[in-house]
Design a protein around this ligand. Sequence first.
Ligand SMILES: *Cc1c(COP(=O)(O)O)cnc(C)c1O
Length: 426
Amino acid sequence: MTVTDAATGPTTTRGRPPTSEALHRADPQLADLLAAEAERRAETIQLLAGENLTTPAVLAALTGPLIDKYAEGYPGRRHHTGCALADAAELLAIDRARGLFAAPHANVQPRSATSAMLAAYAALLRPGDGVLAMSLEHGGHLSCGSRANFSGRWFDFTGYGVREDDGLIDLDQVRELARRHRPKAIVAGSISYPRHPDWAAFREIADEVDAYLIASVAQTTGLVAAGVAPSPVPYADVTVAATHKLLRGPRGGLLLCTAELAERVDRAVFPFSQGGAAMNEVAGKAVALAEASTADYRAYAQRTVSGARALSEGLAAAGVRPLTGGTDTHLVTADVSPLGVSGAEAERRCAAAGLLLGKCALPFDPAPAAETSGIRLGTGTVTSQGMGEAELAEIAGLIARVLADGAVAPAAARVRELARAFAGPA
Ligand SMILES: *Cc1c(COP(=O)(O)O)cnc(C)c1O
């Protein structure tokens, strides 16, 4: 592992920030933990759908001087003094978000996609209002009505799902449930659905019952930014995005909305649900948004999809069943039960071989929630490291082998080789 001082530039393993001398001196215990974490990453192939590698430029902004700035409020109307430069940084991020997504208004302050969802609901709804969203069993996020989340406690959720035969969103069911329940908002978006929602159809259904449409594209924000996925922005009242997944920016959320809702959305973030913005994250978002508007980034986004297709086809050829028969995104959600293992066992075996992926409950899954029949994978990180279709086809074969015969050692050796060969962005 390469370790240099932060000031000398981000030329370390996989673009991770160097563990600085100051940290080693002040807290060797934590410094060792971070060094071991960097080592773990260097030795494994990371296929968890929501993770990626933050870019070196974003990391530099994240650790820059705005980390210490208190800036409650918005540019030009802060509750603290000394905010002129923080204002300029936030305006850059806002302008870039508006430009990249062709959105009338952007709020770059949400600390996470869940915080952004909370603000979206707060801007549009009152406690007790009805919301129609993808059911958690079919791929909805916790913020779409889980009883363990604020959403399920404060709003009255109805869940729609996918069709059993082709795995695609059942728009007839969405329409029927919308007519029957007259929700105040409809949410489209999922953590595991590998196809693009039909935004125009969702808009039409929302209009028919006079509901707001919230698009949650946290998973695919980078694909929308790159024009590789259809944008919900022209259709949705509020769009919830994430800056840390495919976009390779800081961990955080992003809200896009119509001009009409701008004030309500801003107030729903601050002061309703958050305090002062993390200005270093806002600065990092500005950088990530600039990087995402380049031709290089568009090529990256396309490669995440072609890589996911190669992964999906490789798994299918080995007897694993990809949901919807394939993917239009960086995501592959697949049924591993034909190979005689559960999702949990698949996750364990693959992890033992250095292949990190997540078990995933499938729509109509007969297995208990702790076991599941599925796995979910994403190509964001490995594509950032430079892997392409050939490597992903090979990885599909390694996964299938570990699942089919349980022999971890041969796959593990090849995983380490591949992981070392693709060290990632300098
Ligand atoms: C990742 C994701 C979230 C949660 O993001 P956090 O930043 O961890 O809160 C919410 N909804 C969807 C659709 C996601 O993909």
